[in-house]
Ligand binder design. Structure first.
Ligand code: SF4
Length: 79
C-alpha cells in the first residue's frame, strides 16, 4: 500500500505507551529507546493511522494527508 499520509511522532512527547502500535502495527514500531517510530507510512489504512493518533495519550502523533496537505490530527495545532 502506498503512503497516503505524512506521519510524525513528536519524541519530546512520546512516552512509549504503545497505543499507536496496537492500533496500527504495520505503521508504528517501538525503537530501542522505547519510543514510537514510523516504519511504513502506508502500512495500515488511513483510518487506522488517524485512530492511532487519536488514541495517543500524549497527542504525540501528527497526521497530514499527503495529497491535500490537510492536517487530519491534531485537529487544532498547537505551536
Ligand atoms: S501512543 Fe503516543 S505515547 Fe504511546 S508510543 Fe505511540 S506515539 Fe508514543
Amino acid at each position: 500500500m502506498s503512503a497516503e499520509a505524512t506521519i510524525a511522532v513528536n519524541l519530546a512527547r512520546c512516552v512509549g505507551s504503545t497505543m499507536c502500535i496496537q492500533v496500527a502495527p504495520s505503521v508504528f514500531a517501538l525503537t530501542d529507546e522505547g519510543q514510537s517510530c514510523v516504519i511504513d507510512a502506508g502500512g495500515d489504512p488511513m483510518e487506522r493511522i488517524v485512530e492511532a493518533a487519536e488514541n495517543c495519550p500524549m497527542e504525540a502523533i501528527r497526521v497530514e494527508d499527503l495529497r491535500t496537505g490537510t492536517v487530519l490530527f491534531p485537529l487544532t495545532e498547537e505551536s
